[in-house]
Ligand binder design. Structure first.
Ligand code: ADP
Length: 257
């Protein structure tokens, strides 16, 4: 498989390498669509490591991560969940939006995120010591969106962490052209538009335009959809459900592009 395209935006690769080498857990903070998942896929590929990804939501329980007994014919057999597999195999475990998961997930993380690096499987009574090359990476979107759960300070302090944000214009233009093949002149227009929207705090957007949305607009443009229309459907509409806000964004797009 080809290495996923990832453009470094700071010193994240260097930081990641040191965290891995020292067997520490990592928390990536920041709004959606800023490249956190892509970064982890890239690092896993670069290091030649297996990556277990779990998109956490409010129903995600420790059982989903650790494992469960299932009935197979006349027998009951234990099936490891993704966390247990990663711990045993020495893989990377990526828990996306970990704060969304049920509280028992956070409890299960305790012994894994300190010097013990162990996972206790209460259903089987087994204690699994993590392979030396196991690494836990979680993401968290701190207070950007209403309804998103907070991570307790005591949990946050178990991780080494750093924040992802919107890249500087030059980097974001490069991401757009590399990721979609769109012409540089168009990428520049999209980034300029992105910058304007990011400065519009008066619109009260829960989260503003991410690199993902700009990439989506560029994909549609590259595919032949008119530029303004591409921006309407890939940027204005996904940013808000409030008709007035969407109209204001469409006006801004029409003026800028
Ligand atoms: P997150 O996990 O932060 O929600 P993703 O990693 O899914 O965001 O990124 C969304 C999209 O944005 C990716 O699919 C990719 O197209 C693009 N992207 C964002 N940042 C980068 C980057 N630094 N390098 C390459 N692509 C990026």
């Amino acid at each position: 498989m080809k290495t996923p395209y990832y453009k470094e935006t700071g010193q994240e690769v260097e930081i990641f390498d040191h965290i891995y080498k020292n067997k520490l857990p990592l928390l990536l903070k920041g709004p959606t669509g800023t490249g956190k998942s892509r970064f982890v896929e890239y690092m896993a590929h670069k290091m030649g490591k297996k990556l277990y990804t779990v998109a956490c939501h409010e129903e995600t329980s420790a059982t989903d991560l650790i494992g469960r007994y299932i009935i197979k014919g006349a027998e009951t057999v234990w099936i490891d969940g993704p966390m247990t597999k990663a711990v045993r195999e020495g893989a990377l475990l990526y828990l996306d939006e970990v704060a969304e998961a049920r509280p028992d997930v956070i409890v299960a993380l305790h012994s894994l995120t300190d010097h013990r690096r162990t996972l206790f499987i209460d259903k089987t009574g087994e204690t699994v010591v993590a392979d030396d090359s196991f690494m836990l990476i979680a993401t968290y979107n701190p207070g950007y969106q209403k309804g998103f759960k907070e991570l307790k300070p005591s949990t946050r302090q178990r991780f080494i962490s750093f924040s992802f944000s919107y890249p500087v214009a030059k980097t974001e233009i490069e991401i757009l052209t590399n990721e979609t093949g769109v012409e540089e002149a168009i990428a520049k227009k999209l980034i300029k538009l992105g910058g304007k929207i990011r400065n519009l705090t008066e619109l009260g957007l829960a989260e503003t335009v991410s690199t993902r949305l700009l990439v989506d607009a560029a994909i549609l443009i590259k595919s032949g959809l008119p530029i303004r229309l591409s921006c309407f459907v890939a940027i204005a509409e996904p940013l808000s459900d409030d008709i007035d806000v969407v109209e204001a964004l469409k006006d801004l797009i029409s003026l800028s592009i």
